[in-house]
Design a binder for this molecule. Structure first.
Ligand SMILES: [Zn+2]
Length: 278
């Protein structure tokens, strides 16, 4: 992305120019950005805040704007959740997407960490170290990351366990996932989440891959595990339905570009590189 181009975020949404104005698809806009000179005329200065997000290795910088929550979207501009655009990107876009994910994560964190969590003073930003500093008490705050595990469970009949979570908007089936609890090893999180959600026990837990998932601040850590014992019993709170599926009778699956789909496709022998996580 050239420095003359940028992205506008509101939380995990991208604010995109009127359809057709850029003559490229919305998916390409994620990677290529929008012209910097289209932003200032479209938004009131008090509604946007510029923050240039450096790549983690400082090899690139992505100029970004954060639109305040209650500001109106300019006429013709559109709010599109970033996550809905991922599956339409080419595999080669993964490294560009990683910087966009990082920017989305950091901008949300900056808007939620304005004040020191210890003494309540207004924090400053060290944009080289990408930290918040409290000028009154010296507290340093780093971007908040919430680790979550996601696990592909298979059995000796060559089947995979897939579950429908109540919070899924569509009738898709995915892998068991859940947030890390303080004090656990990641393997403990995997075992606990599986037992809580479907009452199964597993063995041979192995790390496979991870993906930044800034919706709003997760790191998804992907594992595989072998079924050990137990009968499927859905918790009814998060998981509504779960079952074993073979490669020929898979239900509707999560979209491409997510680690869930990557882990499922890898099991099918058909894994594209992971988006946003390379
Ligand atoms: Zn403080």
């Amino acid at each position: 992305m050239t420095p003359s181009r940028c992205l506008v975020f509101r939380g995990a949404e991208l604010i995109l120019p009127p359809e057709g104005a850029e003559r490229i698809t919305d998916e390409r806009i994620i990677i290529e950005g929008i012209p910097l000179d289209t932003v200032y005329p479209a938004f009131r200065p008090e509604d946007i805040k510029r923050f240039d997000v450096p790549a983690a290795d400082r090899s690139a910088v992505l100029p970004c704007f954060s639109l305040v929550k209650n500001a109106a979207t300019p006429l013709g501009w559109r709010n599109i959740p970033l996550r809905t655009l991922i599956s339409g990107l080419a595999v080669e876009d993964a490294s560009g997407l990683a910087l966009v994910f990082r920017a989305c994560h950091i901008l949300q964190w900056l808007s939620e960490s304005r004040f020191c969590g210890s003494c309540g003073s207004e924090n400053t930003v060290d944009d080289l170290a990408m930290t918040r500093l409290c000028p009154a008490c010296g507290r340093v705050e780093y971007p908040r990351v919430s680790p979550a595990v996601i696990v592909r469970i298979t059995n000796e009949n060559g089947e995979i366990l897939l579950a429908h979570d109540k919070k899924f908007k569509e009738k898709i089936y995915s892998l068991i996932a859940g947030f890390y609890e303080a004090g656990e090893r990641l393997e403990d999180t995997v075992e606990r989440e599986i037992f809580e959600e479907v009452a199964l026990s597993v063995k041979n837990i192995r790390y496979i891959a991870s993906q930044s998932w800034p919706f709003p601040n997760s790191l998804m850590i992907g594992f595989s595990a072998d079924y050990s014992h137990g009968e499927i019993r859905c918790d009814g709170v998060e998981i509504e339905d779960a079952g074993w599926f073979n490669r020929e009778n898979l239900p509707p699956l999560p979209g491409h570009g997510s680690i869930a789909r990557f882990l499922i496709e890898e099991w099918r022998g058909n894994a594209p590189p992971l988006r946003g996580g390379m």
